[in-house]
Each structure stands twice: as C-alpha cells, then as structure tokens.
Design a protein around this ligand. Sequence first.
Ligand code: FE2
Length: 196
Amino acid sequence: MLIWSSIFETNIELVDLQHRKLFELLNKLCDSFEHGRASEALVNEILQELLTYADKHFVDEELLMVRSKVDIRHINIQRMEHSSFIYDIKNLRKGLCTEDDFQEVSEKLVCFITSWLTFHILGTDMIMAAQIRAIEHGATPGQAYESQNTINYDTATIHLMLDSVMELWRISLERCNKLEEKLETILGVRTQSSSY
Ligand SMILES: [Fe+2]
C-alpha cells in the first residue's frame, strides 16, 4: 500500500490529482493480489487500468512541460523514465501468465510500482514542478534547469527515496540475473549443438 501524504504534492493541481489516482489504482491492485490466482482476471483488469491511466498521465505531464517551456533536457529525462515504466510493467506482467509463483510476481509488481512512483514523484516530478515555478517567476528554461539542485529534502524524504531506489535496483538486478541465466541456457544449447 502506498499512502498519499503532503510530501508527494507538487502543488500543480492536475499533476497531484493524477498522482493521487495512480496511488488509488496501485492500492486497488494490492487488494486484488490478496485473493491469489482466483483473482487473475481482476488483477489483469486493474493492471491494464493502471497502465492506461499512467500512459494518459505521462502524456498530460509531458504536454504541461512543453507548454510551460521546461528545458528540453529535463523533458527528455521525463520521457525516458515514463516510457521505461510502461516497458517494465509490461515485462513484469508477462511473468503473471508464465511463471508459477503468482505470489512472487505479484509482490514484485506491487513493489516495483510503489518504489517507482515514490522515487519518480519525489525526485523527477518535484524537480519539474520547481522548474515550472522558476519559469513562472521569470527564469529562463536554462536557468530553471541549472538551478534544479536547490530542492531541500528533509531527512525522512531522503530515506524514503533511498529505500525506493534500492528496491528498484534490487528488482532490476534480479531481472538481469534471470536474463543472464536464460542467455547461458541458450548459449549452452548452441554450443552443444554446434559441437556435434
Ligand atoms: Fe513524471
């Protein structure tokens, strides 16, 4: 479960509204996982709803940045993070159908979405909001981009961000290990067949 609190507020109405909705969908997904395989259809339905909504939110956020004249370097970072989120969720979702351990895959999915949302909102989106405010107050997009390091986080928020990034790192390490195992199997098979 991911509980909404003021630390997630960017103070941009549309962005906060859509982030709240993403939290809601994530929590709905957590609930559906609790029923195990019995709720597979429901899990897929909510996951699809979350993906569709996230996609819409990313488009809206990117449009907002373009309209607010945010520096293209930041917009490119956002675009990369947004598309990798969709890509990773789709990949993790495949595991729900192919892997035996439904519980393990569902926990990984919830963990990934929770950590990603936490890290992305507290990090990249807060930087975006700070740049939009700076531009509204007369800074050029370049000046706003360069001064992005001035965000002051309290210790609790820093710990939350660190925990999230560690979790994301752990999940991607696991996926790398699995890919390595698959590659070794494929290469092993090829080596064997070519030696005949
Ligand atoms: Fe974003």
